[in-house]
Design a protein around this ligand. Structure first.
Ligand code: LLP
Length: 385
């Protein structure tokens, strides 16, 4: 594992902390943007995956725009120097204050998720004397075959506008003098491993396009959202997601009209593999038929295992023991759900060992909280250590 070269530096630091290997981030961005250029696609990084300023700066410099889901994310993107013309803003519940922030910032597109939202954006835009560019986030009713908590594109999910609402949507847009429809937006889920799901999405998008064209509406922009998976089982073997297969699938299946721009909103696939949660073993406790490794990191630092039953590779990076044992790896928080992995095979582990929880760059630090009044874990970066 690559982070073993930082162990001496880690040993001097107070734990838990996040560690970002910026070489992995660079390598990921280089590969991703190579395909963007090849196909002429545009990308907006999903800030929700990791809004750490140091990481954002690198992503912004790599030429990606920003995908936001709150007024504060829009403001952060603006403050970090993302060109307003590359900022998109989605979310089922945009408040008036948040809409005003985005109008003020002159963002590229509101990704609208309901008829009443379109009406309010028009109303608020007319008060400021501005015209808001909007895209319709459509719900294509596709099952992304991923964790049920992060599936967003089935008709029973709260996200997007369903097909049967489209006539009402067009009436609302026609009635609005301060909104301009510029495109369609989709996002069907996260950690999607099956390329067939993206193929199906493109086929649905082709159908939607024809529906709009039959009503005389030409769409300048198609945004396919995020969702590309990372390899949580073998992060060292596969530090970069299968971007080539992904973009080939899209390029083969999506019918692109002349002059039309195709957009993406990657989050996890950009930042997931460069981040680790580094923790110290406090105690090894004997349980009934098992041993617990009790870490000084808890679910407040990385909530994915507790919240979604998500699995992360967990490695003891300092034990020199040749023998292996299976441990339930848990945190100190007063919740039974505060566990990172069950029956995790590790070299024989003892107090003071350092443990790395891998693939923690996306939806890790950014979802951290202060439950039990615990401190928020700080971050360190590879070139500085
Ligand atoms: N675009 C929209 C509109 C989204 O809602 C999301 C993620 C993305 C893009 C980025 O998707 P990605 O490329 O990262 O799959 N906390 C969960 C994931 C929630 C994803 C929410 N939306 C987790 O830890 O797995």
């Amino acid at each position: 594992m690559q982070i073993t070269r930082f162990i001496n530096a880690f040993k001097r630091l107070e734990t838990p902390f996040y560690f970002y290997d910026l070489d992995i981030l660079d390598q990921t961005l280089r590969t991703y943007t190579k395909f963007l250029r090849k196909y002429g696609y545009q990308a907006h990084y999903a800030l929700k995956a990791n809004a750490n300023p140091r990481i954002l700066e690198i992503i912004q410099r790599a030429g990606l725009g920003a995908d936001c889901v709150s007024g504060n994310e829009v403001q952060l993107a603006l403050d970090m120097g993302f060109d307003p013309d590359t900022i998109v803003y989605a979310g089922v519940g945009k408040s008036d204050k948040e809409i005003r922030t985005a109008l003020q910032g002159g963002i590229f597109s509101f990704n609208c998720e309901s008829v009443p939202e379109i009406r309010i954006i028009n109303e608020l835009a007319s008060q400021t004397g501005k015209a808001a560019k909007i895209s319709l986030r459509l719900n294509p009713n596709i099952d992304a075959h991923t964790n049920k908590h992060i599936t967003t594109g089935r008709s029973r999910d709260k996200f997007g506008i369903s097909e049967w609402m489209l006539d009402d949507v067009l009436k609302e847009i026609a009635a609005g003098s301060n909104i301009k429809l510029v495109g369609l937006h989709f996002h069907i889920g996260s950690q999607v491993t099956d390329m067939k799901v993206f193929e199906l999405l493109c086929q649905k998008v082709n159908d939607f396009q024809r529906w709009f064209e039959s009503r005389g509406i030409r769409l300048e922009h198609i945004n396919l959202g995020g969702g590309i998976a990372i390899d949580y089982n073998d992060p060292a073997g596969n530090p970069v997601s299968p971007f080539e297969a992904y973009f080939q699938t899209i390029n083969r299946t999506l019918e692109v009209r002349k002059g039309q721009k195709i957009h993406f909103e990657p989050g996890r696939a950009i930042v997931g593999q460069c981040g680790y949660l580094i923790s110290r073993v406090l105690y090894v406790k004997i349980g009934k038929g098992k041993k617990f490794v009790i870490l000084d990191a808890g679910m407040n630092d990385l909530i994915r295992p507790a919240l979604y039953g998500a699995r992360h590779a967990i490695c003891n990076i300092t034990s020199l023991s040749p023998g292996q044992e299976a441990y339930d790896v848990v945190g100190p928080v007063c919740e039974s759900a505060d566990r990172f992995g069950l029956s995790v095979k590790m070299p024989v582990t003892g107090r003071g060992d350092l443990v790395a929880i891998c693939s923690a760059g996306a939806y890790g630090q950014v979802m951290g909280m202060r439950y039990n009044q615990r401190d928020l874990a700080p971050a360190y970066y590879s070139p500085d250590l």
